[in-house]
Design a protein around this ligand. Sequence first.
Ligand code: GAF
Length: 381
Amino acid sequence: MDRKIWITKAFTQHFTSTPDIICHAPGRVNLIGEHTDYNAGFVLPAAINFGTDIAAKKRTDNIVRIVAVDLDSEVIDFNLEEISYNPDSIWINYVAGTLKILREVFPHFTGAELVVSGNVPQGTGLSSSASFEIAVLKTFAQLHHLALDGVKAALIGQQAENTFVGCNCGIMDQLVSALGKQSHAMLLDCQSLRYQYANIPDNLALIIVNSNVKRGLVDSEYNTRREQCEQVAKYFNKPTLRAVSLADLQANQAELSPVLFRRAMHVITENIRTEKALQALNNNDMKMMSKLMQDSHLSMKNDFQITTTEIDYLVEIVAQELGEYGGVRMTGGGFGGCVVALAPHKMTQQITEKITRCYKDKTGLTADIFVCSTTNGAFYE
Ligand code: GAF
């Protein structure tokens, strides 16, 4: 059944009335530019056809009542005037945190009845949480006529994660969930927050492979990487690594610990690759894109050290099939999660077969393979 019809039905069942609006916000896949966003660098993500749906009706008091249909229809109420962290139900903090920050910007909006459901595979690096935050923000902006553009919404979502949920993420996921464009990736400059779209050529499929490696220590390792990047920027007396050139980094190698040097090497070279990837996509130059994605993966593996043996193996077998006709690399924060491939449509089947044939034998795990499409950022109906 169409998700819109389905969530409308769920709303009617729970609240015995019809919703005022249905909002959707997508998850994302990042084509290249990993761990560069919080270094004020470049990223190249695309919004995908997995996301969060919310059916909503306005209330005139300050109560928010939300039903999570995917979690046994758990119902949680809270008052907009008394928002605090809920240690017993982690998912509600994405809603509560987002609305707390939204209230600081727009102090007078009232509550709502909400039914939420999402289909972004969780914990796989495809931004289920950013899609949830942006869906909540889009819903409240629409219900209460708040002047909230995509960039402002993304900043609020990010702030909620940083200050309420406790993840020190950058801006990429929220921004592409809010402002992505069908058939396009988005080159985002995380310093100026300016962005431009790059067409994904029609002949290419977007294949996302979930390694099903359980992501351990993601938050602590993520925060450690961020601190290491900040240390190097501080050494150069710069606000972020964006302001440090490759030449300066290389000239100072002896002064930095090997680990810090490698972390900065990844970020600085990844920024260069990401800008080049925009040109490669615009020119439909798959040979170049293939090389950039391969180098990006090696940099994440050797310098930033955020891949796993299973992920490296997936990348290796898909790259063998693709040759220079397509690109493949790990995508997202790392330590498990997904691999993304840009591949000619006609190679989709052979890639799928190769993964199915080899991955389980080698790792004991079964990979989930999604041939995805790109979509627009958040919208309401
Ligand atoms: C996670 C974060 F949320 C993003 O901000 C980004 O840093 C990404 O990891 C790594 O590129 O998705």
